[in-house]
Design a protein around this ligand. Structure first.
Ligand code: SF4
Length: 398
């Protein structure tokens, strides 16, 4: 197995995903620039830049605002591999748009080696515990993990059950899906009707493997669908994708200088009608607020009143046998297919490629991905109305 410095963060957060990712990238053939062996594995370094070779000075590009412990382990990994490969190390630099730091990596080498040894041992035994974490939302293995935990009658992957709720359920003797379904009154007494209903119907939906709308669904009128793509390393919103009357209308900023005018054009388009503006999750709302502040643009009074979060509707009204309520998870569940393999994290790397190469094919793929996102949002709105019709719900509005 070949482990790269780029795998360290994933291994740190979820060793299981780390192993599966490594196996699939090893199949594609990892580029080996500098390497050594340890614990029966090949360790390789993929620096973002090599600034000097005598002594060796490498730079690793990062995206976060500050360094985390896994960054320090990655720094130690880089230093250890380079030194083991016979290089004299001048400096290891970690740089993002928020910091540029010369890493004091030697202090972390012991910890990194024991971390790596534990990981390699788990790989050899094939033993990984599944712990829900923030990578699960976009993880391609989440369906497998979901099934695996449910087979073991483990409820950690059930939506709405984490941290203190999980702990409290355990104290109440609620440890399985069947416990949840048979103890609704206990849940209601402990958490109140709203939360108890959500957990109850979620468990019921998984046990019966079906979609359960558990409150009268709102009527959703025809609208415009909005999805923003951002290049987070420089806080740049470069694409405002709209779907209106089944036509995809992208507003694209070719560089940071064009961001303001592109944002203003998007607002002008949105204000040319009174339709509801559907988006998935709160990101679009947050970015509109942020951009209006950044460019001192007064947004029309009624604009935010038209924003409708489709995620909130699914979250508040519908139970689905899924580990996550991300746009991808729900739309795929109902049969929507994306034309690209991009996701929220990979698209950032794709845009980075585009900046580096100006390859219009890369940009076209990002546009296709964004178009599919707005089409998936429209698809989910249509689904709500279909479910509503099937349930013969009388008019109620968001
Ligand atoms: S779904 Fe979550 S627990 Fe499972 S492999 Fe992915 S990140 Fe790890």
């Amino acid at each position: 197995m070949t482990i790269s410095n780029r795998d360290i963060k994933t291994i740190y957060i979820c060793p299981k995903k780390g192993k599966l990712d490594i196996e699939s990238s090893n199949e594609n053939g990892t580029k080996k620039e500098f390497s050594t062996d340890a614990f029966g594995c090949e360790l390789v370094i993929e620096p973002s830049e090599v600034l000097s070779t005598y002594p060796m000075v490498v730079k690793i590009h990062k995206t976060g605002k500050k360094l985390a412990e896994y960054d320090m382990l990655e720094g130690a990994f880089v230093g250890y591999v380079l030194e083991s490969a016979g290089y004299e190390i001048g400096d290891i630099l970690f740089e993002s748009s928020y910091y540029s730091i010369s890493l004091n990596w030697r202090g972390y080498v012991t910890k990194m080696l024991s971390f790596l040894s534990a990981f390699c041992e788990s790989c050899a035994n094939g033993e990984f515990s599944i712990m829900k974490n923030y990578l699960c939302r976009t993880c391609k293995y989440s369906a497998d993990c979901f099934r695996e935990t449910l087979q073991g009658d483990n409820i950690t992957f059930v939506r709405g059950i984490k941290g203190k709720t999980f702990q409290r359920l355990h104290e109440l003797g609620v440890d399985s899906l069947c416990d949840i379904v048979s103890m609704h009154d206990v849940l209601e007494k402990e958490f109140g009707k709203g939360k108890a209903d959500k957990i109850f119907y979620q468990a019921k939906s998984i046990l019966e493997n079906r979609c359960i709308p558990f409150r009268p669904l709102p009527k959703l009128n025809d609208g415009i669908y909005l999805d923003i793509e951002s290049y987070t390393p420089i806080d740049f919103d470069y694409l405002f994708g709209l779907l209106d009357d089944n036509t995809y209308v992208p507003f694209l900023a070719r560089n940071l200088v064009e961001e303001k005018e592109t944002f203003k054009s998007t607002i002008a388009y949105l204000m040319s009608t009174n339709k509801p503006i559907y988006h998935y999750h709160s990101y679009e709302l947050v970015r509109f607020r942020k951009l209006s502040k950044k460019y001192n643009i007064n947004l029309p009074n009624n604009l935010f009143g038209r924003f409708t979060d489709v995620y909130k509707i699914y979250s508040e009204y519908v139970a689905l046998p899924l580990p996550s309520y991300s746009l991808k998870a729900i739309a795929r569940y109902f049969g929507f297919n994306w034309r690209t393999n991009l996701n929220g994290l990979v698209v950032i790397d794709s845009y980075k490629d585009y900046i580096g190469t100006n390859d219009e094919n890369v940009l076209s793929e990002i546009l296709r991905y964004n178009e599919d996102d707005v089409r998936a949002t429209a698809f989910l709105v249509e689904r709500i109305n279909q479910m509503r019709e099937m349930m013969s719900v009388k008019d109620s509005f968001v």
